[in-house]
Design a protein around this ligand. Structure first.
Ligand code: ARG
Length: 590
């Protein structure tokens, strides 16, 4: 990055700080100037109000003193007014505002720094279960996790994406036994005819058949249970089938990730089985440390205030009474591995809200064991449910779980229909691509724009609308900017003139562009992507206001046109970059 591009808010803070040092006694001069956005000017500084008591002076006196110093500093670039009991209203000069457009455009990161440098961050997300199809329940973790990973990485964090696949457990005994007893069962990709619904659907079918047999036939259930033991003891023939199940499933997940444009691949797979080799050691440590206790033959960790409906304590079970390990032990091994071996200092688990208690117990146990220290942050990023279009829990008509691929297909089809209602010049092949970008973008945006903890309805008609707070609206705003820039004559003047007059709509748009880096920092700190969505929506609306008030290609003078073109360029770049960080593509035309 070139020189750091400070935002106008930062420049304003700097100027007011300098004025405070020039005008106030030493004990007040270093205080925070308290810069906020203002309704009456660009910013206001509230420092005089907060310092008055300590100084034993009227806030108005202090404000006058700071204002005086600001007026004497030509480099401040601020018009200043004292208002009310002692607020400083600050307006950035037109020059400084225009200069900001040039400064951001000159930086290929648009003034975004790397505040996450030094953070070694695990983002664990998606984590579907092997031999089952991805369903609506995996949508949010996959979308939110991917957006967070992209954004943190861009801000300088070293990000390790982890897909904690459910690839171990008693169900594999059942599946492998069933496959053995039904050699004709069709579940491998090579068994499927072209156009078949895909391996994971086939695997899903296998799962259902095996389950039905398990429930109906006690002798099969016994054989399946023995097969689990064979698998766990490392029997090579059994492991070979297990590996094939995992591989076939992963292939099918990858198809969905590619369709979704999610940056997960095989390199990020670290399924539950990855941690098998550590489970004995982890349990031994839990027991020896005294953090765990034997209760009814099982090794358990208990927590203050964690009780079930019957009032009895709910433990984290580290080793079952039969000596077996489960989901919780795996998570303990995983957190230890991530901290101790991978040396990560921020652990982000993007997993549905129902697992909140599980993660509380895992994190608390890891803390008591001394693995999780104050230098490491572990957070469960929970999220609300995806509801059906009627606002009720999302089920198929038959009451089953909704397949993810069907939802995506539906959104893409609706996006295509929506695009086709408008006059467009897309070639058929381009239309295919743009419909996918719009449909997938719409799904992602609808998910990310809802504050994480809330539920939302999966309503494709609303999602793909060109109006309102939708992904398609933002993509469309971006294409409008691209189209303006395409129409610019090649020999047009492009240097921005900082002495050009500045329209209020231009000022509004530039000030919003200026908040981009700050918004990203906020999302990285709060892990709330909806803030970026809200920001981009405001930016697109401000662009519309600007475009209505300020003709670009037909501006009154060549100089004004050049300035406005640069402002279009900046806004287009900010929109595209913001959407890219959310995992949303930006077609050039739609
Ligand atoms: N496979 C689990 C599921 O589908 C999610 C795994 C969550 N991650 C974890 N570390 N426990 O519910």
């Amino acid at each position: 990055m070139a020189d750091d591009v400070c935002s106008l808010a930062e420049l304003t803070r700097g100027a007011v700080s300098a004025a405070m040092r020039a005008a106030l006694p030493a004990e007040l001069a270093e205080a925070d100037p308290l810069i906020r956005r203002s309704e009456h000017a660009d910013y206001q500084a509230n420092a005089a109000m907060s310092l008055a008591k300590k100084a034993g002076r009227k806030p108005r006196d202090l404000a006058d003193a700071i204002a005086g110093a600001l007026r004497e500093d030509p480099a401040a670039g601020l018009a200043v007014e004292v208002s009310g009991p002692g607020f400083l209203n600050l307006s950035v000069t037109d020059r400084a505002v225009w200069r900001q457009v040039a400064a951001r455009l000159a930086d290929d990161r648009l003034g975004v720094g790397t505040p996450q440098l030094g953070r070694r961050t695990v983002v664990e997300y998606s984590s579907p279960n092997i031999a089952k199809e991805m369903h609506v329940g995996h949508l949010r973790t996959t979308i939110i996790g991917d957006a967070l990973a992209r954004l943190l990485e861009y801000l300088g964090a070293e990000v390790l994406r982890q897909n904690h696949l459910g690839d171990w457990g008693t169900q594999f005994g059942m599946l492998i036994q069933f496959i053995d007893e039904h050699p004709d069962a069709k579940w491998r990709a090579q068994d499927l005819a072209e156009g078949d619904a895909g391996t994971v659907s086939a695997l899903d079918g296998l799962y259902r058949q095996a389950r039905a047999k398990f429930d109906a036939d006690p002798e099969f259930a016994d054989r399946a249970r023995r097969r689990v033991v064979t698998l766990q003891s490392g029997d090579e023939a059994t492991l070979a089938v297990w590996r094939e199940l995992v591989r076939e499933s992963e292939k099918a997940f990858q198809v969905i990730y590619d369709y979704l444009g999610v940056s997960l691949n095989a390199q990020h797979s670290a399924g539950e089985s990855t941690y098998n080799r550590y489970l004995d050691e982890v349990a031994a440590e839990v027991e020896a440390s005294g953090v765990g206790q034997i209760s009814d033959g099982a090794l358990c960790v208990f927590f203050d205030g964690v009780t079930g409906a019957d009032g009895n304590p709910v433990p984290l079970i580290v080793r079952k009474s039969d000596g077996g390990y489960g989901y919780a032990t795996t998570d303990l091994a995983a957190i230890r591995y991530r901290i101790r071996d991978l040396k990560m200092n921020r652990l982000i688990y993007v997993v549905g809200a129902p697992q909140a208690l599980h993660f509380r117990m895992v994190f608390d146990t890891a803390r008591r064991l001394g693995w999780l220290t104050d230098d490491v942050e572990a957070v469960h990023i929970a999220f609300g449910n995806v509801l059906g279009p009627d606002g009720k829990p999302f089920k198929t008509r038959a009451g089953g779980t909704v397949r993810l691929v069907e939802l995506l297909d539906e959104a893409v089809a609706r996006a295509r229909a929506e695009i086709e209602t408008k006059p467009h010049t897309l070639e058929p092949q381009e239309l295919d691509v743009v419909a996918r970008q719009a449909g997938i973008g719409a799904v992602k945006y609808a998910d990310l724009a809802t504050s994480r903890t809330k539920d939302y309805s999966f309503d494709p008609d609303r999602m793909v609308s060109f109006n309102g707070n939708t992904g398609v609206y933002l993509q469309y705003a971006h294409t409008r900017i691209r189209s303006i820039l395409r129409k610019l004559p090649e020999d047009a003047r492009t240097e921005l003139d900082v002495d050009a007059p500045l329209h209020p709509a231009e000022r509004g748009l530039i000030l919003l562009n200026d908040q981009f880096a700050g918004t990203l920092t906020e999302v990285a700190d709060t892990l709330e992507p909806h803030r970026l969505c809200g920001y981009l929506f405001s930016l697109a609306k401000a662009f519309t206001e600007f475009y209505e008030a300020c003709p670009v290609l037909t501006a009154e003078t060549e100089q004004l046109r050049a300035n406005r073109v640069e402002l279009c360029r900046l806004t287009g770049a900010t929109l595209a970059e913001g959407l890219r960080l959310l995992g949303i593509e930006t077609p050039d035309r739609m």
